[in-house]
Design a protein around this ligand. Structure first.
Ligand code: KG4
Ligand code: ZN
Length: 339
């Protein structure tokens, strides 16, 4: 199974055989976006166009398979940036048509969940999945990753990764900010500053998230220091901000497991590469008798292997392939696993 991912700024091409990962080639355009402080959709689309064919060839080389040996093609059909998705969907259709193999247009979020099968074997279902990245923050109940995914909650404003990127920017750190904050926070204290925990009141939606108030609180705190000419303790601000985000994410995820009688939590998406999120999730899951499944950081960020993993799972479950006229659907609902 060849998997193609182009929903944001990573051109990902993965190849799997069943649940065995054979190749995971990624070309990122992240450096082209750095000076803008965020992903520029048109720049990302153009980069996908340039990277697509070379990345497919690199994946085939890594896997030691010829294109002619590919049995099926899976591609992220949505959600994501419309123009970026279009490049991957068009390429996948062309490969499927040229190789005369079935096409599976899959949901990006379901792929983030399914990727863990490549590393840790069959998903324990039902499980709860916490997906946190630059584009999404979702809590999902997953009875069947190939056909039954139910949204429990999501962010009402910024995605978790977006909050990391914006806070990093106001601290003068380069884009993407998540890994920078993760690194700098190690030298700071997570309890130095009591930043607010959004949507954690007893009347708030239990599984929704909000990070824009937190981002504003960090900005105000930093401005107040600068106004009186005091140095900003960047490591403490980073660590305390990171603590506020990861505290809310893990608390809500564990609560979702409890309330749905589920004993496995899966985390995924770029922010799931965060060392504090992984440590806190591990600690809280252990205390609650929940088993945590977290793919290695390289499989948490966007990649083609996750798309191939879901395609492979769909074949195993006997799903009907997509037709060659499927659209790139930038707003594909999470409940729809296959286009
Ligand atoms: O899943 P991903 O590669 O692409 C999207 O679908 O958005 O996630 C990228 C996001 C960025 O916001 C980035 O800052 C964040 O994931 N990220 C992190 C870490 N590594 C990546 N956030 C916090 N800590 C990290 N170590
Ligand atoms: Zn993603």
């Amino acid at each position: 199974m060849l998997g193609i991912e182009t929903s944001c700024d990573e051109t990902g091409v993965g190849i799997v055989r069943g649940r065995t990962l054979l190749a995971d080639a990624v070309a990122s355009s992240v450096e082209s976006h750095a000076r803008f402080g965020g992903v520029v959709p048109e720049v990302a689309s153009r980069a996908h166009l340039e990277a697509m064919v070379p990345t497919v060839h690199r994946a085939c080389e890594q896997a030691g398979v010829a294109l002619a040996e590919i049995d099926a093609v899976a591609v992220t059909a949505g959600p994501g940036l419309a123009g970026a998705l279009l490049v991957g969907v068009a390429a996948a259709k062309a490969y499927a048509l040229a190789l005369d193999v079935p096409l599976y247009g899959v949901n990006h979020l379901a792929a983030h969940v399914c990727v863990d099968e490549l590393e840790h074997g069959p998903l324990p279902e039902p499980c709860v999945a916490l997906l946190v990245s630059g584009g999404h923050s979702s809590l999902l109940l997953v009875p069947d990753v190939a056909g039954d995914i139910r949204p429990l909650g999501q962010t009402l404003d910024d995605a978790a990764g977006e909050a990391f990127d914006k806070v990093a920017r106001l601290l003068g750190l380069p884009f993407p900010g998540g890994p920078q904050i993760d690194r700098i926070a190690r030298a700071g204290s997570g309890t130095a500053i009591a930043f607010p925990r959004g949507l954690t009141g007893s009347r708030d939606a239990p599984y929704d998230f909000s990070f824009s108030g937190l981002k504003t609180a960090v900005a105000r705190w930093v401005e107040a220091r600068q106004r009186v000419g005091e140095p900003v303790p960047v490591a403490d601000v980073a660590a305390s901000f990171q603590e506020a985000v990861t505290d809310v994410l893990t608390a809500k995820a564990v609560r979702a497991c409890h309330e749905h009688g589920v004993d496995h939590l899966l985390i995924g998406g770029g922010v799931a590469a965060n060392s504090r999120l992984r440590a806190l999730a591990e600690q809280r899951c252990a205390a609650a008798g929940i088993t945590l499944r977290a793919p290695r950081p390289g499989l948490c960020t966007d990649n083609g292997a996750m798309v191939a993993a879901l395609g492979s799972r769909l074949v195993a479950s006997g799903a009907t392939p997509s037709t060659l006229d499927i659209p790139a659907d930038s707003a594909m609902p999470v409940e729809r696993v296959l286009a």
